[in-house]
Design a protein. Structure first.
Lengths: 368, 127
């Protein structure tokens, strides 16, 4: 086995009692104290996540907008400096290469945040598509660390460390400035459904910035929170995770992300024809979200049964919602079966899946 | 460091057994086991009256991470199960040797507990 990659905060995590695990080739904290307690802290006060394993890519040049609009499904022309856009990036067949955030820093200067497990694949794909465009694509992943401060008290905590006027940064907007003396991209985004910020900064500043945030957050209930809570929070919020709800085989339309696929945008984009056909003909499968009213976790890959007991799909993600105190999850099922009763067999007990339009809980994030 | 009380007996599969002295015993999972599992979200215990053989699966303990079978450390009949675990399974995390107990059994053979590990041997097993 190859050596696990480490973020600049790896020793900080170990010193704070984290349980470190292999996540996509990275040695990452899955929890510090308790996944359930960390989850609740983010919904009630604030959590601090190290997500430095995420990848960052610079896209610069005169054709940057035209190029990005060609490779992602959402409409990058809607951006202005300081605005962030969520988008899938698709293969010609409509399957998903990755989902990412596009930051517009200036005309001809964009910044992408991509999934840790997809960095090599994405960069290769982005370079392959760059032919004929006057742009540069630069993998900046090792240069950047990234921490997320999320929860109802997160904005106040970050505000206490910066002169930037955070109330002027709307949801899915960003500014560049210093936090605790560290130069950051201050991004009002997150993966928890709560208000808060993600701070991109130089890897060498990560420990100083994190310690400053923890100190400032102590009076505001900040907790160190691991990837375990990050996963249950995103599922409770109904956000997709690459490799689960969206994959090379599950298109954004199948995943219910139609709002991110701008079929009519100027110039077309990779995957448009396939996605248009899927929209016109109807998808064979769809991603649904469910709860069960039972505490038994319905884990990924559990077969989903239709009305007559036949297998009509499989579970994509599953956990216990610490807020609802019941199992929640997502599943890929045939479109025909999705209208009928669905169930799963958990160790001999048949549990009905009650379909839910996420989020599962009321989210406090601001509107965009 | 996991707690391993000296007065208990242990199975290699990480259950503990506490003899009451009247031919019955209380069974739960060890501090080491609860710590390895992480946040416990569900515990399935057997029905009172169930007759178990040694090593038989008597229930399931589920955490955010995984679901694991529970094995009877000795043969016997289930005479009581912990009613609080249904609504508060996290008690197994916070008090594995106290409030987090799982069942009480009437031993088929009171001497059978002798075959289990003592605290020193269990500590060695998890070292």
């Amino acid at each position: 086995m190859s050596e696990l990659k480490r973020t600049p905060l790896r020793d900080f995590h170990a010193a704070h009692g984290a349980r470190l695990v292999d996540f996509a080739g990275w040695e990452m904290p899955v929890q510090y104290r308790s996944i359930l307690e960390e989850h609740k802290a983010v919904r009630k006060t604030a959590g601090l996540f190290d997500v430095s394993h995420m990848g960052e890519v610079d896209v610069k040049g005169p054709d940057a907008l035209r190029y990005l609009n060609h490779v992602v499904t959402n409409d990058v022309s809607k951006l202005f400096p300081g605005r962030v856009l969520y988008s899938p990036m698709c293969y010609p067949n409509g399957g998903v290469v990755d989902d990412l955030l596009v930051y517009m820093r200036a005309p001809e200067d964009y910044f992408l945040c991509i999934n840790a497990g997809n960095i090599d694949k994405d960069v290769a794909w982005l370079l392959e598509q760059a032919k004929g465009f006057e742009i540069t694509v630069t993998n900046r992943s090792i240069d950047y660390a990234l921490i997320a401060i999320q929860g109802p008290t997160a904005v106040g905590i970050v505000q206490s460390l910066t002169g930037a006027k955070l109330d002027r940064i709307g949801y899915y907007h960003f500014a560049e400035g210093t936090v605790a003396g560290v130069q950051c991209i201050i991004s009002r985004t997150g993966y928890t459904g709560e208000d808060g910020f993600e701070l991109y900064h130089a890897a060498g500043d990560a420990v100083a910035l994190t310690e400053a945030v923890v100190a400032a957050g102590a009076a505001h209930g900040i907790e160190l929170t691991g990837l375990g809570a990050r996963d249950s929070l995103r599922l409770e919020a109904g956000y997709p995770l690459y490799g689960h709800e969206i994959t090379a085989d599950i298109s954004p339309l199948t995943a219910g992300l139609g709002w991110t696929v701008k079929l009519d945008k100027e110039g077309g984009f990779i995957g448009r024809d396939s996605l248009l056909a899927e929209k016109q003909n109807g998808a064979a499968n769809k991603v649904v979200f469910f709860k069960t009213g039972d505490r038994r976790i319905v884990r990924a890959d559990t077969p989903v049964l239709g009305t007559d007991g036949a297998v009509v799909g499989k579970v994509l993600s599953g956990t216990l919602s610490p807020i609802l105190n019941e199992a929640i999850g997502s599943a890929l099922v045939t479109t025909a079966a999705a209208a009928g009763a669905l169930s799963v067999d958990i160790r001999g007990t048949l549990l009905q899946l009650h379909l839910v339009k996420p989020p599962f809980v009321t989210l406090k994030k601001p509107s965009t | 460091m996991s707690t391993v009380p000296t007065e208990l007996r242990y199975a290699k599969s990480h259950e503990w057994l506490k003899l009451a002295g009247d031919g019955t015993a209380t069974v739960g999972i060890t501090d080491y086991a609860q710590n390895s599992l992480g946040d416990i979200t569900y515990v399935q215990v057997p029905k009172v009256g169930t007759v178990l053989t040694a090593g038989q699966v008597f229930g399931v303990v589920e955490s955010v991470k995984a679901a694991s079978d529970l094995y009877a450390p000795v043969a016997g009949e289930v005479i009581e199960v912990n009613p609080t675990l249904d609504s508060a399974p996290e008690t197994v995390n916070s008090a594995p040797y106290e409030g987090g107990w799982m069942m009480k059994v009437k031993l088929a053979d009171p001497a059978s507990a002798e075959a289990l590990l003592d605290a020193a041997a269990y500590e060695k097993a998890i070292a």
